[in-house]
Write a protein that binds this ligand. Structure first.
Ligand code: PLP
Length: 559
């Protein structure tokens, strides 16, 4: 109880600050200059009435976002302004247009001669091949630069890449939806599941689905729990409890499949999920909980064994998101590192997502979701026996699909083999731990938690150091790294491409910090990233902030 009052006061101060900010940005300021006491009293009454109306009539609390009371109120007042004040509305529209323009400008810089219409007559192959060379040259510029976080995971080995391309190109026209016509792709798919399941402790038989990527693997996993919950437990209003650091795909599953997403806090020292907060949020409608191995943002893996105990006790699912870490972590024991149990040998784990197209080193477009039981996997399958077009069944989200993804995974797993994967895993894990150590020796920053697998993040320890400014400076030096936001930090996902260049990374970070130290005022706003996050975080309604972000997608899809 004694903690409550300071919390309320703090919330109130944040709220007040927000109203001030909002007020400053609207034309209201002009009007209110001329108000006298009477006008002010009327205004205050009106606002109070609106506030009371909002509390009574709006759906409180906004369950999906775990908002505090004032957070919710702030969002509602903001939405009221947006919806009913023409000034605010047009202000936001203008901001959106500005953002669209600036995104479009940066896309434009990367665009060459445009095609807007289907050519009247087909273009001859030589001309198209010239274009191919141009396309490819532009797209592979960063291959081998060693300055990219994640994104491209394969070894910088031209011959290996060529072999994979040669193998895969034969399956461009295949369609595993028709196994009778493409028996080889069907077999490769089943073998990819078998090999992957075997790695994760499915000894006798593997139960999984091959997908196009981690996102689809997670979507199918969550869909399975929703359907399973409904069929076997009668849950019609399902929820999942995920760490705040879990991948965006879980939030997307919530949106797509109408599953309520409950967010468990993350410990700000260890960056692991707060197990007590997670347990507290489980109720009779919870179908599954989630742990990351590791999470994308901070590279930390959650206390999986504790989560497994909870899942077992509550008789609900536990999904392990090993999309990023799977192919690194699973080989840790083989090179003498004990990460504890996290696969199907641990009682309580009921599904695992794992990407071949990340540290599995395969070409893009392939991942696997594994299930503990066939009953659970079946809950993710789609089938309709009575469709007018004939009996229809497909395991994943796609109907017709291309066999290239599965061929790429099959080729890569066969070609690399266990010994090499162990070697790669050791190289990546050693480099990760060394990088964390070296970064932790820089006094101005703090490494997030204890990163052990393949991703390291840091935050600023100094008030004068906006960490996004480091990002800005590194970007100008040719680095493509990611910024994270809760808390503000920078991460690098270590790959076979950049693993040998991390000394340079540490050096460049130190130099960037020195540069900022010499002139902190200039870097206060943190460059482009600082502005982006600054703006989206100022919008109190997270859905509206998300909508603002969608203008980025507009610019992507525009020519
Ligand atoms: C990359 C990633 C995903 C999603 O995978 P995509 O292949 O990008 O769809 C999910 N979880 C984690 C932890 C990831 O790093």
């Amino acid at each position: 109880m004694e903690q409550l009052l300071p919390m309320v006061i703090e919330e109130y101060n944040v709220f007040k600050q927000f109203i001030r900010e909002l007020y400053k940005q609207t034309p209201l300021q002009e009007y209110t200059k001329s108000l006298d006491i009477f006008d002010t009293a009327v205004l205050v009454s009106i606002i109070s009435i609106i506030g009371l109306w909002a509390i009574r009539n709006l759906n409180f609390p906004n369950k999906d976002y775990n908002q505090s009371f004032f957070g919710y109120l702030k969002a509602q007042i903001f939405l009221f302004f947006v919806n009913y004040c023409p000034g605010v509305n047009s202000y936001i529209e203008k901001q959106k247009q500005n953002a669209l323009q600036s995104f479009s400008d940066s896309m434009e810089k990367m665009t060459t001669k445009k095609t807007l219409k289907l050519p009247e007559n087909g273009i001859d192959t030589d001309t198209i091949m010239d274009k191919l060379n141009e396309w490819v040259e532009r797209d592979i510029k960063h291959y081998g630069s060693g300055k990219v976080s994640g994104s491209l995971y394969v070894m910088p080995d031209k011959q290996f890449i060529k072999n994979a391309q040669d193998f895969c190109k034969n399956f461009l026209y295949s369609n595993p939806l028709h196994p009778d016509l493409w028996p080889a792709t069907r077999q490769m798919e089943a073998e990819v599941i078998r090999m992957t399941g075997d790695l994760f402790g499915q000894e006798k038989e593997s139960i999984g689905i091959v997908t196009t990527g981690g996102t689809e693997s997670i979507l199918l996993g969550m869909l399975a729990y929703r359907n399973w919950g409904e069929q076997y437990k009668g849950i019609t209003n399902p929820n999942i409890v995920i760490p705040e650091t879990a991948h965006a795909a879980f939030y997307r599953a919530g949106e797509y499949f109408k599953i309520q997403v409950r967010i468990a806090k993350v410990n700000q020292t260890t960056f692991q999920v707060d197990v007590n907060d997670l347990r507290r949020q489980i109720d009779s409608n919870t179908v599954c909980i989630v742990g990351s191995l590791p999470n994308f943002g901070y590279g930390i893996f959650d206390p999986i064994e504790q989560l497994a105990q909870i899942a077992k006790k509550k008789k609900i699912g536990l999904h392990i998101d090993a999309c990023l870490g799977g192919f690194t972590a699973i080989f840790a024991k083989d090179h003498g590192v004990d990460l504890g149990k996290f696969d199907f040998t641990l009682d309580g784990v009921t599904s695992i997502s794992c990407d071949q197209h990340k540290h599995g080193l395969a070409p893009k477009g392939v991942s696997t979701v594994l299930f503990k039981t066939k009953q659970l996997r079946e809950s993710a399958f789609f089938s309709i026996a009575t469709w007018s077009g004939g009996a229809y069944a497909a395991p994943s989200m796609q109907g017709s699909k291309c066999g290239v993804g599965v061929a790429g995974a099959w080729f890569t797993m066969q070609s690399i083999g266990k010994k090499k994967y162990i070697e790669y895993s050791k190289k990546i894990m050693d480099a990760t731990q060394l990088l964390a150590k070296q970064l932790s020796e820089i006094p101005e920053i703090q490494v997030c938690g204890n990163p052990q697998i393949n991703c390291v993040a840091f935050i600023s320890k100094q008030s004068w150091l906006n960490v996004y400014a480091v990002h800005e400076i590194l970007t100008h030096q040719g680095w493509t790294i990611s910024s994270v936001q809760k808390p503000a930090g920078i991460h690098i996902s270590i790959t076979q491409q950049n693993v040998s260049n991390l000394k340079q990374y540490v050096h460049d970070i130190k130099a960037a910090i020195e540069k900022i130290k010499a002139n902190p005022q200039e870097y206060k706003k943190g460059g482009e990233m600082g502005t982006l996050y600054g703006t989206t975080q100022k919008i109190p309604d997270s859905k509206l902030a998300g909508q603002a972000l969608k203008v980025y997608l507009d610019s992507l899809l525009k020519i």
